[in-house]
Design a protein around this ligand. Structure first.
Ligand code: AFP
Length: 340
């Protein structure tokens, strides 16, 4: 095979990687989390396949229902929610499920009950589906509290208590990015093998970036710290270059770029949206966990996101996350001390 590159015979799949982590954890690990992650991988493969053929099999467009946030549900949202609920229940590893698409938490019946709770947005960024823009699944995983049979209290806990979090981005390829609390790794779906392969080991977010990612269409509602911070990026002191703006409007895609290239992603609270737009449990917490594990910071502007104690499953929260130095600049503006 001269001139041709030989395929690697030592590929690291997501399951192999998580299992090797489990071996390192020794006696503590039961393998349950690995099996749960296998179920999540299956749902991501299913959703990735359907996103790809959505236009051809008439899956885009409205499903004719509204979800708990009062937003119109797309057919793919419904499908993605159903596959996740079915697969997670059948895994036998879950006790409580919270989905963006369902008003109430799902308490798993005894027959299938396990020790984990999964909070998820099955298809985030769905207003982008019809335009073929990247969308994704976001998930966070808690272990039930000791002695609990699995109740809503098991998910009304700070994000810092999550044991794993991640997202799968459906774009030119399907990328699953995961933390189990020991750094962040990225896996790309090899469609021929049907496996997520480790392609982005130990993702580290650069300490400072050159990109900001906000929906500036809301600028008239922004509070002064945000307006002043954004102005400092656009009109830096002479000699410095302004930041570039990039905003996809699909959190998974905007955060994925921020993790890889650095910079800052923000969806602040403002005069119109008193708590911002993004959901704490299944958007802000998982992304904050990933960002911190990659060496970045995630804040509401006044407090660390992972320290918030949720009071309801669909509550919202302001979000600034990304490169350490960039997020610290925002914090300075909130403290009234100006920026870099
Ligand atoms: P959709 O799922 O309705 O498209 O909302 C996506 C999202 O929750 C998140 O993925 C984006 O970061 C954010 O909302 C975009 O919101 P704006 O459209 O208000 O900028």
């Amino acid at each position: 095979m001269s001139g041709e590159e030989l395929p690697s015979t030592d590929i690291i799949t997501l399951t192999r990687h998580v299992l090797s982590d489990q071996f390192r954890a020794g006696a503590v690990a039961t393998g349950d989390l690995t099996l749960l992650l296998t179920a999540i991988q299956t749902t991501s493969k299913f959703i990735a396949t359907n996103v790809r053929k959505a236009r051809l099999i008439n899956l885009v467009g409205l499903a004719g229902e509204t979800n708990v946030q009062g937003e119109e549900q797309k057919k793919l949202d419904v499908l993605s929610n159903d596959i996740m609920i079915n697969s997670l229940r059948a895994s036998g590893k879950t006790a409580v499920l919270v989905s963006e698409e369902l008003e109430e938490a799902v308490i798993i019946e005894d027959k299938y009950k396990g020790n984990y709770c999964v909070v998820f947005d099955p298809l985030d960024g769905s207003s982008n589906i019809d335009a073929g823009v990247n969308i994704g699944t976001i998930f966070g995983i808690y272990r039930i509290k000791p002695g609990s049979k699995g109740t809503i209290e098991d998910v009304l806990r700070p994000g810092s208590e999550m044991v794993a979090a991640g997202y799968t981005m459906y774009g030119s390829s399907a990328n699953l990015v995961l933390t189990t609390g020991n750094g962040v790794n990225g896996y790309t779906l090899d469609a021929a093998l049907g496996e997520f392969i480790l392609t982005h080991p130990d993702i580290r977010i650069p300490p400072r970036g050159k990109i900001y990612s906000f929906n500036e269409g809301n600028a008239m509602y922004f509070h002064p710290p945000v307006v002043n911070y954004l102005n400092s990026l656009k009109f830096p002191p002479s000699g410095k270059s302004p930041y570039s703006a990039r905003y996809i409007g699909s959190m998974v895609a905007d955060v994925h770029r921020t993790l890889l290239y650095g910079g800052i992603f923000g969806y602040p609270d403002d005069k119109k949206s008193k708590s911002g737009k993004l959901r704490l449990l299944y958007e802000a917490f998982p992304m904050a966990f990933l960002t911190e594990q990659a060496g970045g910071l995630a804040t509401t502007g006044t407090k660390r996101i992972l320290d918030i104690v949720p009071t309801s499953i669909h509550q919202r929260c302001p979000v600034f996350l990304g490169s350490r130095d960039d997020v610290q600049d925002v914090l300075k503006f909130y403290k009234g001390g100006g920026g870099a």
